[in-house]
Design a protein around this ligand. Structure first.
Ligand SMILES: NC(=O)c1ccc[n+]([C@@H]2O[C@H](COP(=O)([O-])OP(=O)(O)OC[C@H]3O[C@@H](n4cnc5c(N)ncnc54)[C@H](O)[C@@H]3O)[C@@H](O)[C@H]2O)c1
Length: 299
């Protein structure tokens, strides 16, 4: 039978392969985990919150798929490496790694404490680096033995724009896009058998706004902006399962750029390109200034 995995644009056959998804106990990660299971993959549903991971894995198993839950904090380098080592041996190794876990916090940059900067960067950026350094060398080894793998980094439209009151998040997502580009170039340069995708989700209705750093007991100086974004997400957001299906399909087709809302992504890219070429100071649309002014400080 002709391989389905020869070139970019061709669908990878991952039936029976192992997928690892971080932060998969909720939202987009849970959606990707369900889509991977529906495609016949054995899914390792990991999350800092084990009870959530167990719920998602239980639902997948109950509907005829194959999943198991693992507690994994992506900021714990040793734990990520231990999981990668364990999974390397069985089932042809890991075919798909999805670095999805992410958190947000809000507030003017000058009011953010160092602990708040670090918490977001540790999960959103260093967590992704832990995944790459633990899994990619093993995926390369497995790929050379015939089972090509894929790494998916979940970035954001914040990777190609700037937003006030969210600098830690925006910085982390710009960095995840840059990292994904570099990684893809490096693997291609050496013709190594691992594909990279970077996901720029549109608005997806998840718990990220009330499930961020602050709701884990820390102080949030941007409560009002958080509720504004949460409201938009509830009103206009796509369901996490629909987002997960779209993402999985594009990753399986070995696309580098993965958008759940291509029109919004193009609009944001155009805005970014115009901004960079125009070399004017950063500016928000006037309507946004009206709704955001004074919103970042405590309350
Ligand atoms: N929801 C959106 O509209 C949207 C838009 C753009 C990008 N994203 C990105 O999508 C990804 C998933 O976000 P979501 O919206 O599904 O959020 P979510 O809050 O619903 O899910 C995130 C999951 O990550 C877990 N998590 C948090 N810290 C962790 C850690 N240290 N280790 C392991 N797991 C951890 C949480 O327990 C939670 O289950 C994030 O990277 C986010 O930045 C989301």
């Amino acid at each position: 039978m002709k391989s389905k995995e020869g070139n970019n644009g061709m669908e990878a056959d991952w039936t029976g392969g192992v997928a690892v998804v971080t932060g998969a106990g909720s939202g987009i990660g849970a959606g990707i985990a369900r889509a991977a299971a529906a495609a016949g993959m054995i899914v390792v549903v990991t999350d800092l919150a084990i009870e959530r991971a167990e719920t998602v894995a239980g639902e997948i198993n109950a509907s005829g798929g194959s999943a198991r839950a693992v507690k994994l904090d992506v900021t714990d380098e040793a734990a990520v490496r231990t999981l990668a080592e364990k999974l390397h041996e069985g089932h042809g190794g890991v075919r798909l790694l999805v670095n999805n876990a992410g958190i947000m916090n809000f507030g003017p940059s000058w009011e953010m404490g160092m602990a708040q900067w670090r918490e977001v960067l540790d999960v959103n950026l260093i967590g992704v680096l832990h995944g790459i350094s633990a899994f990619v060398p093993r995926m390369v080894e497995r790929g050379r033995a015939g089972t090509r793998g894929a790494v998916v980094n979940v970035a954001s439209l914040a990777s190609i724009s700037a937003l006030p009151m969210s600098a830690a998040y925006v910085m982390s997502k710009h960095a995840v896009l840059a990292l994904s580009e570099c990684l893809s170039l490096e693997l291609a340069l050496e013709e190594l058998p691992v594909d990279i995708s970077v996901v720029l989700p549109g608005v997806v209705d998840t718990g990220i706004y009330d499930d961020s750093v602050m709701s884990r007991g820390k102080v949030d100086t941007g409560g009002r902006i958080r509720s504004l974004l949460q409201g938009m997400s509830t009103q206009y957001g796509m369901s996490p399962d629909e987002a997960g299906r779209i993402i999985f399909e594009k990753v399986q087709a070995r696309e580098f750029w993965v958008a759940t809302d291509p029109d919004l992504t193009r609009q944001t890219l155009t805005g970014r390109a115009d901004f960079l070429l125009g070399q004017q100071p950063p500016q928000l649309p006037p309507a946004m200034v009206d709704s955001l002014r004074g919103i970042g400080t405590a309350g």
